[in-house]
Write a protein that binds this ligand. Structure first.
Ligand SMILES: *Cc1c(COP(=O)(O)O)cnc(C)c1O
Length: 391
């Protein structure tokens, strides 16, 4: 079966719900048992990881539907849900570290994930070392006997570097480390983490899976070997996700394959056009042939989402503001993956420590939404016109 088919069917069990196409939304904490035997059976089923309801936090058919679909699509053994993408990033790392460990985190990691490492893990005696995202097999030189986790993300948050995941994973595994990937950009459709050596894959489902900017969910899927530690940590930390948000995520998922094709096409078209503007120093989009990460993207990825970065030459603040402020179709805001286009100014220098950001011009990130690509282009053209006039 192809992914476009699996994404429609994975995790859905209409026969269990009187034929309803989508799983019902269970709003539940307490689950009542009619007698002692049933109560003990529920406990036993939960301990043995059999489906069923024992207590709201421990899973419901609503949550299981999304977990099953994500694990199936990403190619993992099992998946669990978190209340946000960041909670999933933190939960994934916490599952595999203990006091005295050393972890390696790509310098291009999602900013708040850096903070989990620097501000939170430090308090518990876990040391973090950031590394050059382009390190590849060279990561072996940074591995120590106590390196328990290597965090990868491709392309990188904000800066879009592609990482040689198979090379990094091979070195990490030789050193006995677990490889955790933030796979949000590619979604479970466009990068298959477990086929490339990743042990633990994180999705901010808030982005393309939800797809409508109206709910927050995180997912973590894992190999069979990595499952027991993830499950224990997820249970011990009391992590779950709200039933309505999870319902919206599984609802969004069903149309994601179709939506992504448009995000991909519009994103590449806009990125290519932007790359030819004289005010632009570089466009950060691995699906563009001129991108330094293009060869790895072609080798390992099955598609591209609609998110890319732009580095301008040194233009004045006023010219940059003239560009951003007049955009009509691109909302200024954090997050991405919804049906609507976004623009977000950023400064990579605020989230780097192992590598030096080589440019000084202002940067912005575009999320190409599902509007007409022609209209999106016209809006950008007008923006560059305003910037030019204000230079
Ligand atoms: C947005 C994002 C997250 C965090 O997801 P939230 O649901 O906003 O907490 C994690 N990783 C990446 C790459 C993201 O873009």
């Amino acid at each position: 079966m192809r992914d476009e088919t699996r994404i429609v069917h994975a995790g859905r069990h209409p026969e269990a719900f009187s034929g309803a196409v989508n799983p019902p939304v269970y709003h539940v904490s307490t689950v009542l048992s009619p007698n002692l035997a049933d109560w003990e059976q529920k406990k036993e089923d939960y301990a043995a990881e059999r489906p069923g309801m024992y207590y709201g936090r421990h899973g419901t058919p609503t949550l299981e539907a999304l977990e099953e679909a994500i694990a199936t699509l990403e190619g993992g053994h099992r998946a669990v849900l978190f209340p946000s993408g960041l909670a999933a990033c933190a939960g994934a790392i916490l599952s595999y570290v203990k006091a005295g460990d050393h972890i390696l985190v790509t310098d291009s990691a999602y900013g708040p994930t850096r903070r989990v490492a620097l501000r939170f893990l430090t308090r518990f005696g876990v040391t973090t070392e950031f590394y050059d995202p382009l390190i590849g097999a060279g990561i072996h030189a940074l591995l120590r006997p106590n390196t328990s986790v290597v965090v990868v993300e491709a392309p990188g948050s904000l800066t879009f570097e592609m990482q040689d995941i198979p090379a990094i994973a091979a070195a990490a595994h030789r050193g006995g480390s677990i490889v955790i990937m933030d796979n949000t950009w590619a979604t479970p459709l466009y990068f298959k983490p477990f086929e490339h050596g990743v042990d633990v894959s994180v999705q901010a489902a808030t982005k393309y899976i939800v797809g409508h900017s109206d709910a927050m969910v995180g997912t973590v899927s894992v190999t069979k070997e990595a499952w027991p530690k993830l499950r224990t940590t997820h249970v011990d930390l009391g992590q779950t996700a709200g039933p309505d948000d999870v319902y919206l995520a599984q609802r969004g998922l069903r149309t994601m394959a179709t939506r992504l094709k448009q995000h991909w096409e519009s994103g590449v078209m806009l990125a290519d056009w932007v790359s030819h503007q004289p005010e632009v120093e570089r466009v950060l989009h691995p699906a563009l042939p001129a991108d330094p990460g293009h060869a790895i993207w072609k080798r390992d990825f099955l598609g591209a989402s609609g998110l890319f970065g732009v580095v301008l030459k040194s233009v004045s603040k006023a010219a940059f503001a003239a560009f951003i402020d007049g955009l009509e179709l691109y909302g200024i805001g954090a997050s991405w993956g919804g049906y609507e286009s976004l623009v977000m100014p950023f400064d990579p220098r605020e989230v780097r420590s192992a590598t030096r950001w080589p440019s000084t011009g202002p940067c912005f990130r575009i999320h190409a939404g599902l509007e007409s690509p022609a209209d999106l282009l016209v809006d950008l053209e007008a923006g560059f016109g305003r910037m030019r006039a204000a230079l």
